[in-house]
Design a protein around this ligand. Structure first.
Ligand code: ZN
Ligand code: ZN
Length: 586
């Protein structure tokens, strides 16, 4: 680490002293910044080797940081040193793209520091500690030949017992909710060391010695993971123990909101806007339910209670769905039609869809989280394929399949394909990998921009006539909007306002038309994360207002395609930074 900082000091000296000719100086500053970025990123991955694995940066996969007090101190010192170095760079001298990269790096370092020094996540979130994610990536990412990956895996696992022992010592103030999550995830994570992996090891080119060392390291890791889960279980079962409240409170929530989402809006402003939108969408839904009532209920009287009436119409629309067997083909066909639509309507550059998005059945390792997902190659492996994964519903128990199919009915499934694939996550991911000039925004990607884009895409497609404005699609669309804004409402109510569970369930199930099972699941998720649930609504709100401002700025020269192309060219950067560049505000 010392050596890297030394190298870096030399680069900074060059940036600061510069040369006399201003034009030349400007170019030099940007060139130096590019060099700075490389040095910084390599140092960052060495400092955070587990994060390097998720970015696909193969160099440090053999390293494993033991999460003890030394590691925390070293991480904080690392952030401080690099923040100091950033402060020596003249931000205003950098070009537009580098200005964004500079700000992203700074936010990342300040955020890393805050998580350890103020949020102290290492002391209370037991789910922080789990080696199975690292291993899953080392085993399944094909960034290097299998033999090399297996050697990395062996090294990575060499001190798994020390890793878990340190984790247990670090957890001085755990919450019960995160203890339970960590128990579940570590016990479940053992399955990453599967029979298929054993077969690969046997068939590999490793020497007999290497093979037996790897097998011993895997066996020890499995033991350490199970022992860790057992120890956590003892803590959970300790009747005399006081647990930390999982609710983080308004002060920490406000700071986390700023670091995670990178927005000028406060949580209160966002909460208020979500409340207003809720009333607005509800009004529209009541109106549609009046229009559709006789179509579905003939002469049956409409319930006096508007919420009930809306729910009853939604029930009938949800009856209209594919069979488990047809679901995959239905979505594949939607993607084809969505692509055709965005080209016909001239919403994006034609070459966006080259190489194409591959629609496929969800691979085994990705199952169990969602019915469909977008999958990208990690940032450092740009040449890979973008997938729209769709789960095989014929493998679900019938009741579960029916529940999913009702949610992703003939209308809901269209919005799912827009959100996940075209022009939502898959399309945005292609821009991020292919068209964005800088790796920084791919490795430190902003979740609010990514989710905000997918949510923005839902409404944008309908505005442009997708689905022919049928009232059923509109009603299901508004139901989805309620889900997205309810994420903000419940996150804030739970974390900052101390609302009890039954009030949250009522909001979701009665006022936002979700099933009891969905409401329960969402409540549990909201006890385990903070701020993340706000990213969808916050991101989409920021994109919509940026579009309005950009249209004003461009006047006659504005087109929707132009907005999309310029906006997406900045990769997965925070919308706030993209806005500064697109409107040239600072
Ligand atoms: Zn059905
Ligand atoms: Zn999404």
């Amino acid at each position: 680490m010392k050596k890297t900082i030394l190298n870096f000091a030399i680069i900074i000296a060059a940036v600061v002293s510069g040369c006399t000719n201003e034009k030349k100086q400007k170019a030099d500053v940007d060139k130096d910044f590019a060099a700075f970025e490389d040095t910084f990123l390599d140092a960052y991955w060495k400092q955070h080797p587990s994060s390097a694995i998720f970015a696909g940066y193969g160099k440090y996969y053999d390293l494993l940081v033991i999460p003890d007090a030394n590691a925390v101190a070293s991480d904080i010192a690392f952030s401080n040193a690099w923040i100091d170095s950033l402060n020596k760079i003249d931000l205003n001298a950098l070009n537009d793209n580098n200005k964004i990269s500079y700000k992203i790096i700074k936010n990342q370092l300040e955020s890393d520091k805050w998580y350890l020094e103020v949020f102290k996540i290492q002391e209370w979130n037991a789910a922080n500690y789990n080696l199975s994610g690292d291993c899953d990536y080392i085993i399944n990412q094909e960034y290097a030949p299998l033999d090399q990956r297996l050697r990395f895996l062996s090294k990575h696992l060499e001190h798994a017992d020390q890793y878990y022992a340190a984790a247990l010592r670090m957890l001085t103030n755990p919450t019960k909710e995160h203890l339970n999550l960590a128990i579940k995830q570590n016990l479940g994570g053992v399955s990453v060391f599967s029979d298929a992996l054993n077969d690969s090891i046997k068939a590999s080119g490793l020497t007999e010695d290497e093979k037996s060392t790897l097998e011993i390291n895997i066996a020890n890791t499995k033991t350490a993971m199970t022992a860790f889960a057992d120890s956590l279980k003892k803590i959970v079962d300790d009747k005399n123990r006081q647990f930390k409240n999982f609710r983080i409170g308004k002060a920490l929530f406000t700071e986390k909101f700023k670091y995670d989402l990178v927005t000028d809006l406060t949580p209160e402003e966002t909460y208020r806007k979500a409340m207003e939108d809720k009333a607005m969408y509800l009004q529209k839904m009541v109106k549609i339910s009046e229009e559709l009532w006789t179509k579905y209920y003939d002469k049956q009287p409409r319930p006096k209670d508007d919420l009930q009436a809306v729910q009853k119409v939604i029930d009938k629309i949800m009856d209209q769905h594919a069979s488990p067997k047809d679901f995959f083909d239905t979505l594949t066909n939607q993607v084809y039609r969505l692509k055709k639509f965005i080209i016909e309507k001239d919403l994006f550059d034609f070459d966006t869809l080259n190489p194409p998005i591959k629609v496929r059945l969800m691979p085994e390792y990705a199952r169990g989280f969602a019915i469909a997902s977008a999958e990208f190659t990690p940032p450092y492996q740009k040449q890979g394929t973008t997938y729209y994964n769709i789960d095989d519903l014929t493998k679900y128990p019938p009741e579960k399949a029916e529940g999913s199919l009702r949610e992703y009915n003939n209308y809901g499934s269209q919005l799912l394909s827009i959100h996940e694939a075209v022009p939502g996550h898959c399309v945005q991911g292609i821009y991020n990998n292919k068209k964005s000039p800088d790796i920084v925004r791919a490795v430190f990607q902003n979740g609010a921009m990514i989710e905000g884009w997918a949510v923005y895409a839902e409404s944008m497609m309908l505005e442009n006539g997708w689905g022919g404005n049928v009232p059923e699609l509109e009603l299901i669309h508004y139901k989805l909007k309620l889900r997205e804004l309810a994420n903000v409402l419940i996150d804030y109510q739970i974390q900052c306002l101390d609302y009890p569970k039954d009030s949250i369930i009522h909001l979701l199930a009665v006022e936002c038309f979700q099933t009891q099972a969905q409401a329960e699941e969402k409540y549990n998720r909201a006890t385990l994360s903070q701020v993340q649930l706000c990213s969808y609504f916050t991101g989409a709100t920021a994109i919509n207002s940026l579009r309005e401002e950009y249209q004003k700025k461009m006047g006659d020269k504005y087109s929707l395609k132009n907005f999309h192309e310029v906006f997406l060219s900045f990769g997965s950067s925070p919308v706030k930074y993209i806005r500064e560049r697109m409107l040239d505000t600072r």
